[in-house]
Write a protein that binds this ligand. Structure first.
Ligand code: SAM
Ligand code: SF4
Length: 328
């Protein structure tokens, strides 16, 4: 049992940490980053492996039990496998998961699996190489599929695939994804476009696709049934009759899930975010660098106090900070 389980001011236990280990990326997905002009934290300002372990020890004491490593592109962080090995051996987080664009996965999957990584989510926004190149601004989709193969071979499967569906761009690919999930053990999770950073710009240009409506339609046309084991995340997963894999719908705008949100995010430079839809943050950077456990704990408690229920994204509120900084 944690010494001081962290509960927010709405009674939700906070127990899931999304840890960004770098804010840089080797892609420029158009709903996430501008094509040019991104400003990244100088590398010397990223929390070190020791800093991260210090935070995780405290997070565990506060009752956090689940950890996901993200970014920017986490596989760009030098020595990520060593960090994962230290996390799994030196902290109670013995099964961290990873969200990645997959471009560097073929090279790193084996080392990550050996280090104790448990699961991988790979983001792919189109099955079509030409569209993938457009949305990512020149990404090579073949490399990503090779990464997925390597991760599966290394024992990191079944792989979850995240795909942001955009109105008038790739929402017509949903049938293709369903076919993929019929014959492969993937969980394909359809994400609604969120008005975060560049995502707000695309929302203004009419790219938001309502995935609750899409889900209701697909439940009827494809006889989707809810999976018995639904995991903890916001993606309700569904299965087609006789399918090997499953599909999920992440619908923060059309069907919110704030009531069951148990997440915190920690940026790569040491800022705690209690909600993706709220630009407020609590810096624990000084507490971490000074190894001040009490101040770090106070930072977590303060962030929990500010955690909101219900966001205004549906009205006209946007999150100014970009998703690559927040970790998704
Ligand atoms: N680079 C890694 C990747 O792409 O998986 C990890 C970081 S990325 C910020 C995490 C997730 O956030 C990805 O699945 C991405 O598609 C999603 N994402 C980024 N911006 C988004 C937006 N505006 N709306 C919805 N999802 C978004
Ligand atoms: Fe990079 Fe991931 Fe953002 Fe795409 S979604 S630009 S891969 S951080």
């Amino acid at each position: 049992m944690p010494h001081h389980p962290l509960t927010d001011s709405h009674g939700r236990r906070v127990d899931y940490l999304r840890l960004s280990v770098i804010d840089r990326c080797n892609l420029r997905c158009s709903y996430c980053m501008p094509a040019e002009g991104m400003r990244f934290a100088p590398r010397r300002e990223l929390l070190t492996d020791d800093d991260i372990l210090f935070v995780l020890q405290e997070a565990a004491a506060l009752g956090f039990t689940r950890l996901r490593i993200t970014g920017g592109e986490p596989l760009l962080r030098p020595g990520l496998a060593q960090l994962v090995a230290r996390i799994t051996t030196e902290t109670p987080f013995d099964a961290p998961a990873l969200t990645t664009n997959g471009l560097l996965l073929a090279e790193q999957a084996e080392a990550l699996a050996a280090a104790g990584l448990s699961r991988v989510n790979v983001s792919i926004d189109s099955l079509r190489p030409d569209r993938y190149a457009v949305i990512t601004r020149n990404g090579l989709i073949d490399k990503v599929w090779r990464g997925i193969e390597a991760a599966t071979a290394a024992g990191l499967g079944p792989i979850h695939i995240n795909t942001v569906l955009l109105e008038g761009f790739n929402e017509d690919e949903v049938e293709g994804w369903l076919a993929l999930a019929r014959s492969n053990p993937f969980t394909v999770r359809f994400l609604e476009l969120m008005p975060v950073g560049e995502g707000a710009e695309l929302t203004r240009h009419g790219r938001f696709a309502n995935l609750s409506a899409m889900r209701d339609r697909l439940v009827a046309t494809h006889q989707l049934v809810p999976c018995a084991s639904d995991g903890f995340g916001p993606a309700r997963t569904w299965q087609q009759p006789g399918a090997t894999g499953s599909v999920g719908f992440i619908t923060p705008l059309s069907h919110g899930y704030c009531d069951s949100c148990t997440r915190f995010r920690l940026t790569a430079v040491g800022e705690l975010r209690a909600c993706l839809a709220d630009d407020r943050q609590v810096s624990v950077r000084e507490a971490v660098l000074g190894r001040d456990r009490a101040a770090l704990r106070e930072g977590f408690v303060e962030a929990a106090r500010t955690k909101i229920v219900g966001h205004a994204w549906n009205v006209d509120s946007v999150t100014r900070t970009g998703m690559s900084e927040l970790g998704g």
